[in-house]
Design a protein around this ligand. Sequence first.
Ligand code: NDP
Length: 260
Amino acid sequence: MKQNYLQDLFSLSGKAALVTGGGRGIGQVIARELARAGADIAIFSRSGAAETVNLIESEGGKAIDIIADVTDEASVKAGIDKIVETYGKLDIVINNAGVCYHKDAFEASVAEWRECLDINLTGEYIVCREGARVMIEKGTQGSMINIASISGHIVNIPQRQAAYNASKAGVIHMTKSLAIEWADKGIRVNAVSPGYVATPMSIDPDFVEPELLAAWDPLFPLHRMAKPEELCGAIIWLCSESAGYTTGADIIIDGAYGVI
Ligand code: NDP
């Protein structure tokens, strides 16, 4: 039996990875797991990611905290320049930053609709585009993973969230489109669509009403939400060279929520 076979198969050693929205929630766990797999990490957020950087450094990894708003082209370009200045390149992009509002179509303002589309869809587009620009310049065989959602496939109930659902459906098709656009450049672009994951966005009473949590509970085929860690095996695989023939895919990790 070959020693270190699995390590070699999934190693991210020597890779530089950007995780947007890595200051908390799913992004924090992805950043930590990519670092454990060997990648050097950069995090974009609006309010800072010191806790994530400390976590990674305490385990012997490398991480930098960059204040960048994914909706702002100049801020994204400056953030990516900082990554190249620090690590010399960019190999992996995890487009994870996102927001969700629970408001029906009449209750939500057009400004809220635009903000949701702007962060969840346009933000991922800007980060993909600026990330790909640097990968192409440096001849990097890069991997991008856009965090979509089961909400891009089905309409969640009972909450009303048309803007969120539309933004995530857009992420899935944008992913396929960019996979084709950059196939010749050696850049793979895939999506991951989680079901409900236990993070502040889905369990914190500041974000989610208790009645909603009670309404969701009987809908989970596995009788629980996912833990963020349960997304990371697939994400590490997509980042690694063993996924070299996987591009334009959307991996649903929803505990069969979308099947019924
Ligand atoms: P959280 O609300 O816990 O974290 C979102 C992160 O995104 C924060 O770090 C936030 O940092 C960052 N962010 C938001 N807006 C911007 C912006 N304009 N620029 C840069 N960073 C930004 O969310 P989750 O961890 O729960 O979700 C992460 C992703 O997973 C999202 O795309 C979400 O839609 C998706 N998802 C989540 C599910 C769930 O059940 N939790 C299910 C399916 C998909 P800051 O505010 O400091 O900028």
